[in-house]
Design a protein around this ligand. Structure first.
Ligand code: HEC
Length: 172
């Protein structure tokens, strides 16, 4: 018997296929950037692309953009926005449990903490509330034990964002 798939599951698949294609193209670019940076560093030590940034470029930048700006796509822009989520404890937890992070190929918790601190404090810019504490390997490890599991990620995301925006508006 033929299995009938729901329209939702088809849309979901198409979403990830497009992301995959985009990711593959952009990863090629990220690797090229890494090679260029390596060449430049071996010459004059001028451009220091550290391990954290290189990891972000390779494992996240393909989707979220090398500067955290993903443009007109359904993939969220991180630059100057993402820090707002850290205003609430659930938003902070969401940052580590969202599939792109909890299921990332970056399996080293300490490295993931560094990448997420780059996302929060560098890309997040002014959106990150003053006094926000950096992520630690322990926090990453603990949250990865509870990855987001929902059939409606977009609805969960909208609610988490709404409460984080309310939180940061009240703080001002
Ligand atoms: C295949 C594309 C893809 C990759 C790779 C990816 N993400 Fe994402 N990311 C998404 C999408 C799409 C969302 C929106 C939520 C969802 O549908 O999962 C998202 C959501 C997020 C969010 C929450 C933003 C919000 O507004 O909801 C953060 C933070 C994040 N990603 C960080 C990362 C980091 C850090 C990496 C690398 C370790 C990464 N992502 C890798 C596609 C990706």
């Amino acid at each position: 018997m033929q299995r009938i798939r729901s329209p939702e599951s088809l849309t979901e698949n198409a979403r990830w296929w497009r992301a995959g294609a985009r990711f593959t193209r952009a990863t090629g670019a990220a690797v090229a950037i890494g090679v260029m940076a390596g060449l430049m560093m071996s010459g004059h030590g001028a451009l220091a692309l550290d391990r954290t940034r290189t990891t972000y470029l390779e494992k996240c930048g393909g989707c979220h953009g090398i500067e955290g700006q993903s443009g007109q796509t359904y993939i969220p822009t991180l630059r100057d926005r993402i820090g707002t989520l850290s205003c609430t404890p659930e938003g902070r937890a969401y940052l580590l449990t969202v599939p792109g992070v909890s299921m990332s190929l970056i399996r080293d918790d300490a490295l993931m903490a560094q990448v997420m601190n780059f996302v929060l404090f560098d890309l997040g810019g002014h959106s990150t509330p003053p006094g926000t504490t950096p992520f630690t390997a322990e926090e990453v490890h603990a949250q990865r034990g509870h990855p987001l599991s929902t059939t409606d990620l977009l609805a969960v995301r909208a609610q988490v964002w709404a409460r984080a925006i309310a939180c940061s508006t009240n703080r001002r």
